[in-house]
Design a protein around this ligand. Sequence first.
Ligand SMILES: *[C@@H]1O[C@H](CO)[C@@H](O)[C@H](O)[C@H]1NC(C)=O
Ligand SMILES: *[C@@H]1O[C@H](CO)[C@@H](O)[C@H](O)[C@H]1NC(C)=O
Ligand SMILES: *[C@@H]1O[C@H](CO)[C@@H](O)[C@H](O)[C@H]1NC(C)=O
Length: 287
Amino acid sequence: MNVLMLRWLCLLTLSLPLLFWVGHVMIRDGPSPAAGRKALEGYTRIKPGRTDQILDINCSQCALVSSSGQMLGAGAGEEIDKIGCVIRMNNAPTKGFEKDVGRRTTVRVVSHTSVPLLVKNEQYYFQQSAETTYVFWGPERNMRQDGKGHIFNALLKMAKKYPNVRMYAVTKDKIDYCDGVFQNETGKNRMKTGAFLSTGFFTMILAIEMCDSIHVYGMIDDGYCSRANHSVVPYHYYEQNRINECKMYKVHEHTQRGGHRFITEKAIYAKWAARHRIEFKHPSWSL
Ligand SMILES: *[C@@H]1O[C@H](CO)[C@@H](O)[C@H](O)[C@H]1NC(C)=O
Ligand SMILES: *[C@@H]1O[C@H](CO)[C@@H](O)[C@H](O)[C@H]1NC(C)=O
Ligand SMILES: *[C@@H]1O[C@H](CO)[C@@H](O)[C@H](O)[C@H]1NC(C)=O
């Protein structure tokens, strides 16, 4: 054996443990739950010239605050603000509702249909809310990145104007994956049944990937609206003059085209609560 071969052998022996170590770290940082910092796949950074496909986030305990009228009078604000990461949806406000829903927003998951509402109040969402990471989801026709997705274009414009804001889009692959999750859990094809997944569904999947434990506030279970004594609350805590929550859920559950299967989705969450650390409050679920 000559000296060169010996050197190579030596190098190989030294680098093998390193290779295993790197592999181990990469697996640990994958989408499976691990304490603290995580690098999640399926989310693209919205930033001129950037193409990162990874969402970096450090959340162990999360509060997922629903937009439901159940939050009115919940008085959970202080408790929510003490939890490491606070997740909210769409344009659900904190101002004026702090006592019930808290003040902080770590992550806001936003539907393509709510983007114009955020842009209308851009100073608040993209400048004042410096702590917040945004995750936008929508169909390919609105979110495509070739210049033809008008919602994506509007977001890119915001990203140029407010370069410090952390904005991500759910990738098409990830959206297809979420459809697959729905189909596997229900045995029904989401598109064939004429339904759209709700922002809540994407949020719950993100929360499970991102958080080691989740405290869900203001979400009702799938049997709630069938109980004779159920509370009648607004669909959203911040919109008083709308149809009430249970009426809205029933309309959506049975509509032929374009509905959200809110009740079916809640039954899926109940199954997930058996496999992940998820706790439901205001109202609490008996699982
Ligand atoms: C994640 O956040 C926790 C609590 O805020 C902090 O103690 C920890 O150092 C952070 N970890 C990383 C890797 O940033
Ligand atoms: C759905 O189930 C099939 C068959 O078990 C599996 O191959 C696929 O990975 C599942 N998809 C998702 C998104 O869980
Ligand atoms: C309705 O009644 C059930 C059983 O009596 C009780 O557990 C539940 O808390 C009640 N729900 C409401 C909203 O009052």
